[in-house]
Design a protein around this ligand. Sequence first.
Ligand code: HPA
Ligand code: ZN
Length: 334
Amino acid sequence: MSFIAALPKAELHVHLEGTLEPDEMFRLAARNGITLPWESTDALRALYSFTGLEHFLPLYFEGCKVLCRREDYYDLTAAYLRRAASEGVRRAEMFFGPQTFLDRDIPTADQLGGILDAIADARTDSGIDGALIVTAQRHRTEAAALELLEALRPFRDSILGIGLGSAEAGNPPSKFARFFAAARDEGYRLTCHAGEEGPPSYIREALDLCGVERIDHGYTAAQDPDLVARLADDGVPLTMCPLSNLRLQVTADLSTYPIAEFMKAGVLVTVNSDDPPYFGGYVNDNYAALQQHLGLGPQELAALARNSFLGSFADRSEIDRALAAVAEHEATAS
Ligand code: HPA
Ligand code: ZN
């Protein structure tokens, strides 16, 4: 673990709402006068065992109810960035889905204002380079996603990218082709959850019909060797989340996790936490799980860290600086 702990890395797949620790959820509930449906943090934690994405999402949305005021979004983001920085994360590209909170009439300015202030303060405090990717929810309509894009306009220059999350089955990327085209026209970087529970064809749709630059998860590409070869040839990064895939029963066993075969095939795979308290680990726990179950050594772990920067939407000069830091870590640790 010590090689992993100080390994410089980027995290490219983490949902801010999914970083809410149970203690913090209860603290924010008390602060906002909200009664949670669980007696205690232990009672809540006892529910962190899921049969799939659609079993997990209602609990995740229930937890979101404690996020009300600007300072709640600030505290949430600040806590995640503090934790990430302590795990060697130098760059964090974080997902956030405003539609959950717009349903409760919480102004976008309060949501995004709190998050962006925390990103700025963390940059000063620890040097971590945080960035925001706003996700639309695919169980809703494309018209709702386009409305969200409109609501983001005042914040355009503070938002790095646009993604798509929530219930995948039955909600293919093709449903959001016009949404992604509109986001591209506005200059956003584009990424899409695909191939977590959905078939490989959803990954192809995200690339071919939505023009996304990166695939979040991409797990089911393992069923389609031609697609794996294409991902490698085209340099499409996959933001994989091993502990999430285990907890959501996407994969039965990490000893056969396809990240090893993707690496061998030349795919730019990365390791991420998704929703860390819910799935039993932050980013370093995910690296450690792969080290343990796949027998990855320092060279492979460093390759994954390099991929995390290469797959990021950071400027080339920042990527080069980070790659030099990974090389230095490898040199001093060996
Ligand atoms: N998949 C899709 N949407 C999500 C996830 C996930 O793993 N986590 C939070 N929103
Ligand atoms: Zn996710």
